[in-house]
Design a protein around this ligand. Structure first.
Ligand SMILES: *Cc1c(COP(=O)(O)O)cnc(C)c1O
Length: 350
């Protein structure tokens, strides 16, 4: 990130093309016959999700059926409101994966939907939704699938040959790049059909794609440092052994975290069988001396930054398993938790 590349310079154009190719290859079964292309976009992950919905769901004639079991699914509804796209929400429990029964019922209840949207790993809880089965059911109903794969991209595989039109993710989660860049992996045929749908200049994925294909350049000033970081992160991803190796390392982080926290009297919201090794949600302890703000600040002082909860049903907090971390780092976190609980004079054991 310390290099200052010219955004119209050949070296940056080459870097852009290389990153676009590597992003497609993150998926298993990636080959030229998949017709997949990576469209990069300035901004955070939500910019990419917003661009994806505005690009593929046609104004007026389109309708998006959103399968919701958490805050990120609901956010796609807010995006439809802002973009004035027709949509319906099929809402399920936040603490369970979407059930195929509910998915099939939603598909039958909304025959007029043209597109279906789903979050693969709902980061609200860290639950994994059965994207492969959902994709097949959506294809059975002749609808197009849009996936928010943000927090699981590069960790939990979604094969390139699964029937979906587009998938959005970003540079700074499982890929371990810096924040600042989103991207959409899309079928070229679907992109061709989507020309003219976008009601925005800067988030028009068709124009962005054509720009990359024509001159190799970004239409507007790209985050040059961020792309350099992502290129390095993708090389490290490949050197580590791709998604398989990364998932294994995150799973080890997750196992140390979950068993250690349970030993200390914390309870997880999810059962291990539906938990992705991405982020773990814990019930907020009810001990009278446990004040979350205090817990958070004292952990942060020791170098461990956690997340507030996003669950609507119950007070929770979250701890991430992704990033440049190994199981030893999770051991360090558990020791910090011990120290903080003792300072707060909280014992969660019954
Ligand atoms: C992180 C995340 C996003 C995007 O959030 P930004 O803050 O815009 O980067 C979207 N969906 C899911 C499932 C996420 O985990």
């Amino acid at each position: 990130m310390l290099h200052d590349l010219g955004s119209r310079d050949q070296s940056f154009i080459k870097l852009t093309q290389r990153v676009r190719k590597q992003l497609v290859e993150v998926l298993s079964h990636a080959s030229s016959s998949n017709d997949l292309t990576a469209v990069l976009l300035q901004g955070s992950g939500t910019f990419a999700v917003e661009a994806m919905i505005g690009q593929f769901v046609p104004p007026e004639t389109g309708k998006l059926l959103i399968l919701v079991n958490g805050a990120y699914g609901r956010r796609m509804g807010s995006i439809c409101d802002a973009l004035d796209r027709r949509y319906a929400i099929a809402e399920s429990s936040e603490t369970e994966p979407l059930s195929m029964e509910a998915v099939r019922k939603a598909l039958e209840d909304h025959p007029d939907a043209t597109h279906v949207a789903v979050v693969s790993c709902e980061t609200t809880t860290g639950v994994w939704n059965p994207v492969q089965d959902i994709a097949l059911a959506v294809a059975d109903h002749s609808k197009s699938l849009l996936i928010d794969a943000m927090s699981s991209f590069g960790v939990m595989d979604i094969p390139a040959d699964l029937p979906f039109d587009a998938m959005a993710a970003s540079s700074n989660k499982g890929l371990q790049g810096s924040p600042g860049l989103g991207f959409v992996l899309a079928r070229e045929a679907a992109l061709e059909r989507s020309n003219g749908n976008a009601r925005t200049l800067a988030l028009d994925l068709y124009q962005q794609w054509k720009g990359f294909e024509k001159s190799g350049e970004w239409r507007f000033t790209p985050p040059t440092h961020c792309l350099l970081a992502l290129a390095q992160a993708l090389d490290e991803f490949e050197a580590e052994g791709g998604a398989t190796a990364r998932k294994k390392r995150y799973q080890a982080n997750c196992d140390v975290l979950v068993s250690g926290m349970r030993k200390r009297g914390f309870q997880t919201i999810l059962g291990s069988e539906v938990q992705t090794p991405v982020i773990v949600t814990f019930q907020m302890p009810t001990h009278e001396s446990f004040v979350f703000r205090d817990f958070y600040d004292r952990l942060a002082e020791r170098g461990y930054v956690i997340y507030p909860g996003k669950l609507t049903a119950a007070p929770t907090f979250r701890v991430g398993c992704i990033g440049h971390m190994v199981a030893r780092d999770m051991d360090g976190f558990l020791l910090a938790v011990d120290a903080v609980l003792s300072e707060m004079q909280v014992s969660l054991h019954v």
